[in-house]
Design a protein around this ligand. Structure first.
Ligand SMILES: Cc1cc2nc3c(=O)[nH]c(=O)nc-3n(C[C@H](O)[C@H](O)[C@H](O)COP(=O)(O)O)c2cc1C
Length: 533
C-alpha cells in the first residue's frame, strides 16, 4: 500500500525541534506514513504555496520571542505584505511550538508562524501544541505526537472523501479528544494545555508549619504579609496546586570506593584543543567602587601558536569554585566520597527520548571533578527540577513551599524568589535543609558548564605571545547575586583553539588601578589595538 506522505518542517536553534521532527519521522513509518523532513532554512526544498499534502511544523523560539535563526528567512518570506489573503488557502497544517514559559514571550516563534499561516488562508488539521522546556518538553510533545496520527488519518480520509474511514479514524483517536489533549491554540503566556500537563494535587489548605507564622502573633503580622523564598501568603499558601508531572529519572549513578581517574578538564570539550595558560598580569579598568569592575587580563599564550586580532573570539572554561563544590558535596552527603569514581548509566527500560549519559562528563572521573568542571551548579533550577526536588524533601512545610514554587499558581513567586535573583541549586538546598537529592538528579537537571566567550583586546602583532581581554568582575558575584558566571579559566570558540588557564577567584594577580575615581571604564572597540598594558 502506498504510504500517505506529509511534509515535516522544523525550525531549531539548539537542535531540540530537529530531534523531535526526526522522532516524528521515525514514528510516521510505524503508522503507515511517509514524512519528508526538511529544515525551514532549506527553502529550495519545499514550497508551501504548492504543497498539497498535510504539513507538520515543529519550531522553537529564541532571543526575546523570535523564531530560530535558521527559520528567519522563511518567516520573512511568509511575512511579505503583498501576499494575498488566500495565498496558502490550500494548506492544511499542524504546528508544534517549543518554548520555555520562563521567558516573557512563550512559544512566540511558533505563534508568529501560526498566526501568519492563518492570515494567508492556511487551516489547521490539528491543533497547535505548546511544549514548555521549563516543565519538560515531553509533557506536551509526547501526547501531541500521539494525537498526530489520528489527525493525519482523518485529514487523509477527508481528502479521499471516505466518510467511513473518517468515522474509523475518529474513533481510533477522536480529534476532539486530541484537541483537548494539546490545548487551545489561542494560548496566552501560559497556555491552557499547561493545565493538562500538570497534575492537580489537593493539599490541606491550612498553612504548613514552615510557611506560616503562628496565628495571633502580632509581631509576625507584617512578615505574614510578605512572601519570601520560604514563605507564601494567601491565597497561594491556601490553594490547591497544579504542579508539573514528576520528570522520570533516567540515570543510574554509582560512586565506587576507588578513586576517580585524574581527568583533564579538556575532556569535557570533545573535539576542541585546550591549552592551559598562565595569567601573567591583571589590571583594573574601572574606578574603585564601580558597580561592575572590569579587569584587563593578560595571558601568556606564547606556546599555543594562537594568532589573535582584537575582536577575535576565544572561550574560557570557568570551573565552579571549590568552596561551592564542597558545599554541594556536603548537601548530597558525598563529602567523604568526593574522590570516588563516578559510574553513570541510563536506567534499564527508560522511555525518555534521547536519554543518554552526558558526553561532557568523562568516564570514570570523580564526583568532585564532575561538580567542578562539568555541571553548571549555579544554573537557576527550572520548575521541573524543583518538582523533582520535592520528592527528596522530608519536611512537610518545605515540600509544600517547593511545590508552590514549581506550580502554576506559584509562577510569580518562582519568578520573584528564584528566577529574578538567579538562585542556584545550592541556594535552594541551603534554604530547604530537609531536601537531600541524589547526585543523579543534579546530573539530569543541571546544564553543562559552558565555556564563556570573550573577545581579544590586543593584537598578537603588537604583543607577541600575549593575549589581553577584559573580564568583568561582576562575574564573580556571590551566589544568587545576579549574572552568575564564575572564576576564570580560558577556552576558545569557533575555529580557534581552546585556552584554559586556572584563575581562582580569590587569588587574582594583584590589581593596579590605572584610573582615578570617576573615570569612565575603558570600552573595548574590536579590532582597535589598545595601548600596551
Ligand atoms: C537564548 C534562548 C532564548 C530563548 N528565548 C525564548 C523565548 O523568548 N520564548 C520561549 O518561549 N522560549 C525561549 N527559549 C526556549 C527555547 O525555545 C526552548 O528551550 C526550545 O526547546 C529550544 O528548542 P531548539 O533546541 O529547537 O531551539 C529560549 C532559549 C534560549 C537558549
Amino acid at each position: 500500500m502506498r504510504k500517505k506522505r506529509f511534509l515535516l518542517l522544523y525550525g531549531t536553534q539548539k537542535g531540540q525541534a530537529q530531534a523531535i521532527a526526526e522522532e516524528i519521522a521515525q514514528q510516521a513509518e510505524q503508522h503507515g506514513f511517509l514524512a519528508n523532513v526538511f529544515s525551514l532554512q532549506d527553502l529550495e526544498k519545499f514550497c508551501l504555496e504548492e504543497e498539497r499534502d498535510p504539513v507538520v511544523i515543529v519550531i522553537s523560539t529564541t532571543g526575546s520571542g523570535e523564531p530560530p535563526e535558521p527559520a528567519a528567512k522563511f518567516v520573512r518570506e511568509i511575512q511579505y505584505k503583498e501576499l494575498p489573503a488566500d495565498y496558502l488557502a490550500q494548506l492544511r497544517y499542524g504546528l508544534l511550538a517549543l518554548g520555555d514559559s520562563e521567558f516573557t514571550f512563550f512559544c512566540n516563534g511558533g505563534k508568529i508562524v501560526d498566526r501568519r499561516l492563518q492570515e494567508l488562508g492556511a487551516k489547521h488539521f490539528y491543533d497547535t501544541g505548546y511544549a514548555d522546556d521549563s516543565t519538560g518538553l515531553e509533557q506536551v510533545v509526547d501526547p501531541w505526537i500521539e494525537g498526530l496520527w489520528a489527525a493525519l488519518n482523518e485529514e487523509f480520509a477527508k481528502r479521499s472523501g471516505d466518510p467511513e474511514k473518517m468515522e474509523e479514524t475518529k474513533s481510533a483517536g477522536d480529534p476532539e479528544e486530541t484537541k483537548s489533549a494539546v490545548g487551545d491554540q489561542n494560548a496566552q503566556n501560559v497556555p491552557e494545555n499547561l493545565d493538562l500537563q500538570m497534575k492537580a494535587i489537593n493539599l490541606d489548605s491550612s498553612p504548613t508549619p514552615s510557611t506560616a507564622p503562628a496565628k495571633g502573633d502580632a509581631s509576625d503580622a507584617s512578615a505574614e504579609a510578605a512572601p519570601s523564598l520560604l514563605r507564601s501568603v494567601p491565597p497561594l499558601c491556601q490553594c490547591s496546586l497544579t504542579v508539573p508531572s514528576l520528570p522520570v529519572p533516567y540515570l543510574e549513578v554509582q560512586i565506587l570506593d576507588c578513586d576517580g581517574k585524574e581527568a583533564d578538564p579538556s575532556s569535557c570539550y570533545p573535539g576542541e584543543t585546550v591549552f592551559r595558560v598562565p595569567i601573567t598580569r591583571a589590571r583594573r579598568l574601572t574606578a574603585e567602587g564601580a558597580v561592575k569592575t572590569a579587569v584587563m587580563l593578560e595571558l601568556d599564550v606564547a606556546h599555543t601558536d594562537m594568532e589573535l586580532q582584537p575582536g577575535d573570539a576565544f572561550c574560557v572554561i570557568c570551573p565552579n569554585p571549590p568552596e561551592e563544590v564542597s558545599e554541594v558535596l556536603d548537601r548530597l552527603g558525598l563529602a567523604g566520597r568526593r574522590r570516588g569514581q563516578l559510574c553513570l548509566a541510563v536506567r534499564p527500560g527508560t522511555k525518555k527520548r534521547g536519554a543518554c549519559v552526558p558526553d561532557y562528563i568523562p568516564g570514570k572521573c570523580s564526583v568532585e571533578f564532575m561538580l567542578t568542571w562539568c555541571l553548571e551548579i549555579r544554573a537557576t533550577p527550572k520548575k521541573a527540577m524543583i518538582r523533582a526536588l520535592v520528592e527528596h524533601t522530608s519536611d512537610a512545610g518545605e515540600r509544600r513551599r517547593l511545590q508552590e514554587l514549581c506550580s502554576k499558581q506559584g509562577g510569580s513567586d518562582y519568578n520573584r524568589f528564584v528566577r529574578d535573583p538567579s538562585l542556584g541549586v545550592l541556594d535552594l538546598l541551603n534554604a530547604f535543609p530537609s531536601c537531600r537529592p541524589p547526585a543523579a538528579l543534579l546530573i539530569e537537571h543541571l546544564p553543562k558548564l559552558q565555556a564563556r566567550s570573550y573577545s581579544a583586546a590586543s593584537s598578537s602583532l603588537f604583543h607577541p605571545g600575549k593575549l589581553h581581554f577584559v573580564f568583568n568582575i561582576v562575574e564573580f558575584a556571590p551566589r544568587g547575586g545576579g549574572a552568575a558566571p564564575r572564576r576564570g579559566v580560558f577556552v576558545p570558540a569557533g575555529s580557534l583553539n581552546c585556552l584554559q588557564c586556572s584563575l581562582p577567584a580569590r587569588n587574582l594577580p594583584p590589581l593596579r588601578s590605572p584610573f582615578s575615581a570617576g573615570r569612565p571604564p575603558l570600552s573595548i572597540c574590536p579590532r582597535t589595538p589598545l595601548s600596551p598594558l
